[in-house]
Every structure is written in C-alpha cells, then in structure tokens.
Design a protein around this ligand. Structure first.
Ligand SMILES: NC(=O)c1ccc[n+]([C@@H]2O[C@H](COP(=O)([O-])OP(=O)(O)OC[C@H]3O[C@@H](n4cnc5c(N)ncnc54)[C@H](O)[C@@H]3O)[C@@H](O)[C@H]2O)c1
Length: 277
C-alpha cells in the first residue's frame, strides 16, 4: 500500500497467507490494477519462475518469513522451511531469471532481502547499538534461520554475481501488526483486563521502528544501495522492554480509563524468560 501511494510502479505480491497473513489488510487495493496478489510460497520455484517470466520485475524484495521468536522455540521446523529452504528456492528462481536478463536490465536488477537485527544477538544496556560490522550471533531458532538466509543471499552475490542487498531491521510496530507481537499484545491485553506479560526482569534492550519508516528506508536502499551491502535499519530508540510497555499501559489510562479507577500498568506481570542458549 505504502509503495503504491508513492509511485505507480506495479507490485506483484506473493504471499502464502499463513496464520500471519491477512488478505483483508489489502482490501483498499482490491480494484487497483497496479497490485497483483498471488497466493503462493516463496519456496515454490516453478510458481516464482512463472511469475518472474510473466511480469519481468526490476527487483524482488523478500519480506516473507516465519517471524515470531516464541513460535520458533516451540516449533522451529516451519522457520527452517520458509526462512532457509524458501529463501534458497526463491534465490534459485531469481538467479535463473536474472541470468537471462541483458544489458541495463541485468545491471540494474536488485534482490533485496529483508532481515532482522536479531541475527546480531542481544544487547545489554551498556552495549553500543548493533552495526553492520557486528559478528552474527543468533540466539533463537528464528534469528538462526534468518542468519542462514542472510548467508545464502550473500553467497548468491559472491558466487554467482546476483546483485543483492540485505537490510537488518529492529522491531517494527504500526498498522495491522499481528496481535501476538509485544506492542499490540500489551494494548489488547490491557483493554481486556488481562496480564501484560514481560519476560524475565524486562531489562532486555529493544529498538522499535515505525513500519512506514521501515518501508521508506527499504525504498531508499532499493534506489541507492550498492549490491551485497548489509544495511542496519533502526529508529535509535534503544530502551529496556519494560520502558516500552509502561507508556502503552499509561496512555490507555487516558484513552480508555478503567471503571474501577485503577491503572493498566498494574496489569504488568513479569513472566519466566524464554529459554536462552
Ligand atoms: N516485524 C518485525 O518487528 C520485524 C523486524 C525485523 C525484520 N522483520 C522481517 O520483516 C519481514 C516481515 O515481517 P512481518 O513482521 O511482516 O512478519 P509476519 O510474520 O507478520 O508476516 C509474514 C508474512 O509472510 C507470509 N509468509 C510466510 N511464509 C511464507 C512463504 N513460505 N511464502 C510466502 N509467504 C509467506 C505470511 O503469510 C505473512 O503475510 C520478515 O522477513 C521478518 O523477518 C520483521
């Protein structure tokens, strides 16, 4: 939506519509000829190859992933399948397409892989923010699968010359955020009178970037990034997780005051931290 609000270049949107996908979020584009929605798997080489041959894009941006850390702890298989095998198959299809391009179309083509800063591990309060030169230290099955996909993308460039870019972004928030993620979960639980869960002591450091700023950064990287570059995207708002949750609770006090006069922050509950390797 953000892309088409800014320019008229068409978008072919391939999405498997897993539990995390929701076609209703695209309802405003239903009659927009610039948007083609295809329900499909990035790991389906034949489908992706057919779409590439038909639409002849100048770039492929890979947003598709299994992305929820807690789910990756309970069932990592889907993360390997989509984030590692899926990205590998997508790269295979894209390389075949790119190989057949010629001249300016070949030079200008880009494969932009959307990744996460979690491949760099975890930050403590005294650490400097992550940078592109940090060592990869993924700590969850999710971040390990994203790290593997980043390496596959990088190798496509070094081995085969495919012009790739990788962005490593901090946490996003914004419209249509799936309710299992922390910020919508805190708001919804607050309003439902449920506990607002914070893992461990709540001191884990997080940066949150507004999703439209993330999209804007991706457009800039696509337009200006030089192939093989890793680009960190963050808002520069590094804070412990409890400091993120409390304002959502207290602003709900103003927006939707509780009948009994108590504050939503009283619902904050510290729960056992996730397993750490
Ligand atoms: N949300 C964040 O805070 C955040 C932060 C940094 C990086 N990222 C990265 O940004 C990307 C998008 O994140 P998100 O929060 O929108 O994720 P999400 O889990 O909310 O949505 C993922 C989307 O990918 C689709 N999908 C899943 N498997 C697929 C497959 N095999 N083929 C095609 N489509 C598939 C789902 O249907 C869904 O629409 C991911 O690559 C994620 O790793 C997200």
């Amino acid at each position: 939506m953000d892309w088409l609000a800014k320019n008229d270049e068409p978008v072919i949107n391939v999405d498997k519509l897993t539990y995390a996908g929701n076609l209703d979020t695209l309802s405003s584009l239903k009659d927009d000829p610039r948007h083609v929605f295809v329900r499909g798997d990035i790991g389906d080489c034949a489908l992706v190859g057919t779409l590439l041959a038909e639409h002849r894009p100048r770039a492929v941006i890979n947003f598709a992933a299994e992305s929820h850390v807690d789910r990756s702890i309970h069932g990592p298989g889907d993360f390997i399948q989509t984030n590692v095998v899926g990205t590998f198959n997508l790269l295979e299809a894209v390389r075949a397409y790119w190989n057949a391009l010629e001249g300016e179309a070949k030079t200008a083509f880009r494969f932009l892989h959307v990744s996460t800063d979690e491949v760099y591990g975890t930050l403590s309060a005294s650490d400097a923010p992550f940078s592109e030169t940090n060592r990869y230290e993924p700590n969850s099955p999710y971040s390990a699968s994203k790290a593997a996909s980043d390496h596959l993308v990088r190798a496509r460039h070094h081995t085969y010359g495919l012009p790739v870019l990788t962005t490593n972004c901090s946490n996003n928030y914004g419209p249509y955020h799936f309710p299992e993620k922390l910020i919508p979960l805190v708001i919804l639980n607050a309003l439902a009178g449920k506990p607002l869960p914070i893992y461990g002591d709540g001191q884990q450091i997080r940066d949150w970037l507004y999703v439209k700023d993330h999209c804007s950064a991706i457009r800039t990287v696509l337009a200006q990034g030089r192939p093989v570059k890793h680009i960190m995207l963050a808002a520069g708002t590094k804070k412990p997780i409890w400091m993120w949750c409390t304002p959502f609770a207290t602003s709900s006090d103003t927006l939707r005051p509780k009948a009994d006069g108590t504050g939503y922050a009283e619902q904050i509950t510290y729960v056992q931290d996730r397993p750490r390797p």
